[in-house]
Ligand binder design. Structure first.
Ligand code: NAD
Ligand code: ZN
Length: 369
């Protein structure tokens, strides 16, 4: 469990500046207790609706109610299989029944699923109302709450329906991670490793070195890791809001990762776990091309293994995974854009990867023929 180690924890502020909106990410232990003040400072519209899940609300809702009071929370189930348009409709219904108007702020309080679904509701209700993310999983804190991607899955593919809608603020309180199941916590750590691989060898090394303190959820170690991850995401998004250029590096591990999730119908893997395998596939492929050193590939494999076992893949065929990759959004004009590592902390994007190369890398990582 996390614990306060000082009554007034320092507040980290990270700015995100995009053509559509500029906002800050505030990060501090106990940040939720500052929520009302942050909203007031922002001039966030007065009527404040919280969208959360029954579980998250049961665990942490009282703290939010204490600072925000007022409206009943809008509760919808989370987990990948609920990330559907029908849940967004439930949120619209609740907003309509409560007469939510443009002078309303929607606060998402949950993991990436709640953030993506409720963020999409905020983007579209009355053509857009104020949105504040208060992410409660490690994955949402380091990744999904920043950058403005909101949306839901279609039965035939992940995140096929959505838009870009930057929040007005993001408030991160690492203390809520104390109740996160270990598997969910690990799932977020794979995304932290991703940032290390794409942008910061120092962050990568820190995860490898401080694994024990990270798993103990020591806020002295964890909060700076979250902050560094947020800084990387904020910088990348600020440079390329719409993912036409540099933001694509954050898809490292996601080309194979999304395919692995899709062929297992989003049931076997947590998103981060699939990205764990996806990073191994990309690293293996880059090494086979002679573009990535074997000792770096080994270091990645070791840090991933050190977090614990990933779900099995021996029953999944590389042909299935390859087939699923063809449906990926990262296909541009029939070519698959692949983010390959060139060193720890550096990547390149290529569009000439052949099916044979991907198939061979998948098999070496452990997928069946
Ligand atoms: N928008 C983006 O840029 C972006 C980026 C990465 C991922 N995503 C999306 O995020 C989703 C995954 O998010 P996730 O991993 O947070 O999953 P999630 O939202 O389903 O949460 C995982 C589980 O943790 C529980 N939970 C949440 N906070 C908790 C807490 N503090 N204590 C105990 N339990 C808690 C939830 O109830 C849920 O069961 C995927 O749909 C993915 O596509 C979006
Ligand atoms: Zn991801």
């Amino acid at each position: 469990m996390l614990s306060y180690h000082s009554p007034s924890m320092p507040l980290d502020r990270i700015d995100v500046t995009t053509p559509s909106r500029s906002y800050s990410v505030t990060l501090s232990d106990g940040g939720i207790d500052r929520l009302a003040r942050i909203l007031d400072d922002l001039g966030a519209p007065e009527r404040r609706f919280v969208v959360s899940s029954p579980l998250v609300w049961r665990l942490h809702g009282p703290r939010v109610s204490r600072v925000l009071g007022s409206e009943e929370p809008i509760l919808v189930p989370d987990g990948e299989r609920y990330k559907q348009l029908s849940m967004v409709v439930r949120i619209y219904d609740a907003l309509v029944h409560a007469n939510a108007d443009r002078a309303s702020t929607l606060i998402t309080f949950g993991g990436g699923v709640i953030g993506d679904m409720a963020g999409f509701a905020a983007a579209t209700y009355l053509r857009g109302i104020a949105l504040v993310h208060v992410p409660t999983t490690l994955l949402a804190q380091v990744d999904s709450a920043i950058g403005g991607k909101v949306g839901v899955n279609h039965p035939l593919g992940k995140n096929l329906i959505g838009s870009f809608y930057q929040p007005h603020a993001v408030v991160i309180d690492p203390l809520v991670l104390g109740t996160l199941p270990r598997r969910e916590f690990r799932a977020g750590l794979y995304e932290v490793i991703k940032y290390g691989m794409t942008s910061s060898a120092a962050l990568f090394d820190r995860v490898a070195r401080e694994r024990k303190a990270i798993f103990a959820r020591s806020s002295a170690v964890l909060t700076p890791i979250i902050a560094d991850s947020c800084r990387i995401k904020a910088a990348v998004v600020s440079a390329d809001e719409r993912e036409t250029g540099p933001r694509r590096i954050l898809n490292f591990g996601h080309t194979a990762g999304h395919a692995i999730e899709a062929v297992t119908k989003y049931r076997r893997f947590r998103h981060g776990e699939a990205v764990g395998y996806g990073m191994l596939v990309a690293a293996d492929l880059a090494r086979a091309r002679g573009a990535f050193a074997d000792h770096d590939r080994q270091a990645l494999a070791e840090v991933i293994a050190s977090l614990g076992p990933l779900p099995p893949i021996a029953d999944l065929s590389s042909a299935q995974i390859l087939e699923a990759m063809q449906h990926d959004k990262k296909m541009v004009a029939g070519r698959l854009h692949f983010v390959l590592p060139t060193a720890i902390g550096a990547t390149t994007i290529v569009d000439d990867v052949t099916e044979q190369e991907i198939g061979a890398a998948l098999k070496r990582v452990g997928f069946a023929k």
